[in-house]
Design a protein around this ligand. Structure first.
Ligand code: SAM
Length: 397
């Protein structure tokens, strides 16, 4: 497996972001087209984006609303630093640089490796110093903190299309990480993920005359297919608005809202039909995104153990001990080392000692599964939390 295949293997979810850019390409906006023409479009299923299909039109309009809302937030915020988490493949860095704001594009390694050179190719020389891209896993605090190491002043984190990928366990980790960053740097967290599926449903109803509830159902089952794993516990997909709000408040955020209709007043792909555009924009008055700030809390940070892995082979058994977190950042390292061992040793059994494994995400589970499928496999000494995740999700990934 080469490096790129390895990254794809642990994080198959990245391609959803290419779909977002593909939909926005239908608007022919110049910055979008620059990025769209440069990305590898192989993973966008040919024919999947067909503008003559009314469903595609709904998604194009909804994506445009989200994209323009992002750009308006970047303009309105008084924070000098914009953190685009997850940045996907969108050309937001070009907008932030034009506003003379610092832009941090954060996403999984597979996305960053492709988008970063494309972004720098399209930035003017005098804008390049404003932009940085970093590979992170949103559940991994240190990966994000490290990406923001030279930040000066407040941060405005903008999150579009992320929270729906996490079960409660991972979602709590992401929220705690963002909370911690806001306590340190100050600033706020905007997200469209609270009510975005409702917004697509009302767009559907107005464009096709269909029922909102049909679209909401389709969204739930569609996101289940894209999501990393079984999505029944993914409250930003399947939960109610109240559950989402309670969850975020329990994580220690103050919740304020913005209305989509206050963020945008024009939808380019509907310019031929101003009446319909107006109708849709007025309907958006009922839909809200969040502006979150961090409550003051006691700063009791757990001491994190850094990731480490140890391999040894004896009597045809490969023994591996893992410390720290096994997630999107560290799982490829584990797989790479594992492949190296396979190339130079003979073994038919793998024993993993998880005594110091503090956290495992789906990417980590996927790496272990690859080992499990190749040999007799035993894992021991898991802590309660890791054991629960391991046992409950074995069949789902
Ligand atoms: C639906 S896309 C949205 C991207 C972009 N914000 C947009 O609107 O097009 C979801 C993105 O979340 C990223 N993602 C999924 N899990 C992640 C994680 N644990 N940490 C960071 N990014 C993640 C994926 O790689 C993908 O780029």
């Amino acid at each position: 497996m080469n490096h790129n295949e390895l990254l794809k293997k642990v994080n198959p979810v990245y391609f959803s972001a290419k779909g977002c850019l593909g939909l926005l390409a239908e608007t022919k906006e110049l910055d979008i087209m620059r990025f769209y023409n440069d990305i590898d479009r192989e993973t966008i299923t040919p024919g999947a984006i067909d503008i003559n299909n009314p469903l595609t039109k709904i998604w194009v309009v909804s994506m445009e609303v989200r994209y323009s809302t992002w750009n308006t937030i970047a303009q309105k915020t008084d924070c000098p630093n914009i953190v685009d988490l997850p940045c996907g493949y969108l050309p937001h860095c070009l907008k932030a640089a034009k506003l003379n704001k610092k832009y941090y594009g954060l996403d999984l390694p597979i996305v960053i490796e492709e988008i970063s050179p494309i972004a720098f190719k399209n930035l003017a020389d005098n804008e390049k110093h404003l932009v940085q891209y970093h590979a992170v896993d949103a559940t991994n605090y240190f990966s994000i903190r490290n990406a923001l190491k030279d930040v000066q002043g407040k941060i405005c984190i903008i999150t579009d299309g992320l929270l729906g990928y996490f079960n409660r366990y991972d979602l709590r980790a992401v929220c705690q990480n963002i909370h911690r960053l806001l306590r340190e740097f100050g600033g706020c967290w905007y997200t469209s993920d609270y009510q975005f599926s409702d917004l697509t449903a009302v767009t559907y109803a107005l464009l096709t005359g269909g029922k909102k509830s049909d679209m909401l159902e389709a969204n739930k089952s569609g996101s289940g297919k894209i999501a990393d794993a079984d999505n029944s516990d993914f409250i930003f997909n399947t939960g109610t608005l109240e559950e989402r709000k309670n969850f975020i408040e329990e994580c220690g955020f103050n919740v304020k809202t913005f209305r989509y209709s206050d963020m945008i007043n024009f939808i380019p792909s509907l310019k031929e039909n101003p009446e319909l555009m107006q109708k849709i924009l007025s309907a958006y008055q009922d839909f809200e995104g969040w502006i979150l700030t961090a409550d003051e809390t006691d700063d009791k940070q757990e001491n994190e153990i850094p990731f480490a892995q140890n391999f040894s082979v004896k009597n045809n058994v490969l023994s591996i001990s893992i410390s720290g977190r096994l997630d999107s950042i560290t799982a490829p390292e584990l797989l790479q080392k594992y492949e190296e061992q396979r190339a130079k040793n003979i073994f038919d059994e793998i024993h993993v000692d998880a005594a110091n494994l503090k956290y495992i995400s789906y990417a980590g589970l996927r790496a272990l599964k690859i080992m499990q499928e190749s040999c007799n496999f035993k894992i021991s000494n898991m802590n309660d939390e890791v054991k629960k995740i391991f046992e409950e999700n074995q069949e789902k990934i």
